[in-house]
Design a protein around this ligand. Structure first.
Ligand code: HEM
Length: 167
């Protein structure tokens, strides 16, 4: 069985069909995906902006308080992302941009966790040595959002089942 046939047989399950064809399911999952995006990218970008010198009255030591919410965001993004994937597995998994998004996401999370964990130590250092990681954090979160949105327009396969069984 080829990988494409594997995707095709999954697409034909009742679960994948329901995610795709019940009119309210896909948009509802996207709502949760977007909320988690706001939570994760919001925390990462706000902390990075503070590390760059914006809103200096906010103590950098408070960054770590946001870490639990980052993990909540990741849980919702992961669950909703897997459901989106269940609807159209071949669409994302045959698109290199999907894997680039996942790599950027890993980098963005790593930098955000690093920034929120080392924040108390950084707060005593001036000028901040965290400029480059902070800029990179912002760039990666923007990259994750942009690549996620571009997935809808850059796929070469929408449904493997159309190719494999001619459906
Ligand atoms: C945690 C693991 C994640 C997985 C497995 C995942 C997977 C996916 C999938 C499969 C799609 C649908 C693409 C399509 O069919 O057009 C999607 C859309 C998207 N993702 Fe993710 N994603 C994840 C996390 C994130 C995060 C953390 C962000 C942003 C910070 C993000 C931003 C987006 C955006 C903006 C879209 C486009 C939504 C739309 O079309 O309106 N994703 N994601």
């Amino acid at each position: 069985m080829t990988v494409l046939e594997l995707y095709a047989s999954f697409e034909l399950t009742g679960f994948s069909t329901a995610v795709r064809e019940l009119w309210w399911v896909f948009p509802t999952i996207l709502v949760f995906h977007s909320l988690s995006m706001g939570l994760m990218a919001g925390i990462g970008i706000v902390c990075a902006l503070r590390a760059l010198g914006f809103a200096r009255q906010i103590p950098i030591a408070m960054f770590s308080k946001f870490q639990p919410l980052l993990w909540v965001g990741l849980g919702i993004a992961g669950a909703s992302g897997l459901l989106l994937l269940a609807g159209y597995p071949a669409k994302a998994l045959t698109n290199p941009l999907f894997f680039i998004k996942m790599l950027m996401l890993a980098g963005a999370i790593w930098l955000t966790v690093r920034m929120t964990s080392t924040a108390p130590r950084l707060s005593s250092q001036s000028p901040s040595p965290a400029r480059l990681p902070a800029l990179l954090t912002i760039g990666l979160w923007l990259g994750v959002i942009a690549s996620g949105r571009f997935l809808a327009y850059t796929h070469t396969v929408l449904l493997a089942s159309w190719l494999v069984v001619g459906g």
